[in-house]
Write a protein that binds this ligand. Structure first.
Ligand SMILES: Nc1ncnc2c1ncn2[C@@H]1O[C@H](COP(=O)(O)OP(=O)(O)OP(=O)(O)O)[C@@H](O)[C@H]1O
Length: 229
């Protein structure tokens, strides 16, 4: 970590920290976190300074908490452990400065890139994919608000068509949120994120019958409902 902080950005340092936690059995993860938490959260501090137009803003518990949330999300991509399993402070997800949903919704997409992707891939759709694609796009275009469940054997193009739909919806200026149940699955989707991070789902969702996600009622959320499928 000492060597890495000289040259690596906070995003890479968090990846390294996660790898050390999971695969290297450090003797004192808490000491490691306390020693390097500033470097691990540097981008969060910079973002908060920019957002608040206050370059004197110092590291605080909320910034460290957001760093811990991102690290915990990374841990969940490759293991079922939590921060507390490593003796680290529990991340308080309801206190996060980062609103994952807002981050996902505000993600900018380049219209030229989207159109290029669509022009390249639309003609490649095979018959069944064309039918599915047209059905979904009709619902989007006419605001029908339908729900589709796409089920087909592995390797038959579900991800391919999903990415094309995401690109098409985004190219129309509408919002398309791509979430998956695991980090690895999320990386296959354009702009994909994990559902538990985006919707602040409790991690024990399958164990608690009354689980609810913790999303604030806010303008963006309403906007999302009004403008997308
Ligand atoms: N119409 C198509 N034209 C060209 N390549 C395609 C087409 N449909 C799918 N592919 C390619 O086939 C491969 C498998 O497709 P994809 O990953 O979308 O399948 P999947 O159904 O999502 O698989 P899995 O269920 O295993 O995740 C990918 O490399 C994808 O790019």
């Amino acid at each position: 970590m000492s060597d890495a902080i000289i040259s690596e950005p906070a995003t890479k340092l968090r990846e390294l920290f996660t790898t050390i936690l999971i695969f290297c059995q450090p003797s004192d993860p808490l000491e490691l976190w306390n020693k390097f938490r500033d470097a691990l959260c540097e981008d969060i501090l910079n973002r908060m300074r920019n957002e608040n137009q206050d370059m004197t803003l110092a590291y605080n518990d909320d910034i460290y908490n957001d760093g811990l949330i991102i690290i915990e999300d990374k841990i969940h991509e490759i293991s079922d452990k939590s921060l507390t399993d490593f003796g680290l402070p529990a991340a308080k997800r309801n206190n996060s400065l980062l609103d994952p949903l807002e981050v996902a919704l505000r993600k900018p997409y380049n219209l030229n890139d989207l159109n290029e992707y669509i022009t390249e891939n639309e003609p490649r759709l095979v018959n069944d994919q064309v039918t599915t694609y047209n059905c979904v796009m009709k619902s989007v275009s006419f605001n029908e608000g339908k729900i589709f469940f796409l089920d087909a054997p592995g390797g038959t193009g579900k991800t391919f068509i999903t990415n094309l739909i995401l690109a098409k919806v985004r190219s129309l200026g509408k919002l398309a949120l791509a979430v998956a149940s695991s980090g690895i699955a999320a990386t296959l989707l354009a702009g994909g994120r994990t559902a538990h991070s985006t919707f602040k789902l409790p991690l024990t969702v399958s164990l608690e019958k009354d689980s609810v996600c913790s999303i604030r009622k806010m303008d963006l959320w309403e906007k999302f409902y009004k403008t997308s499928v």
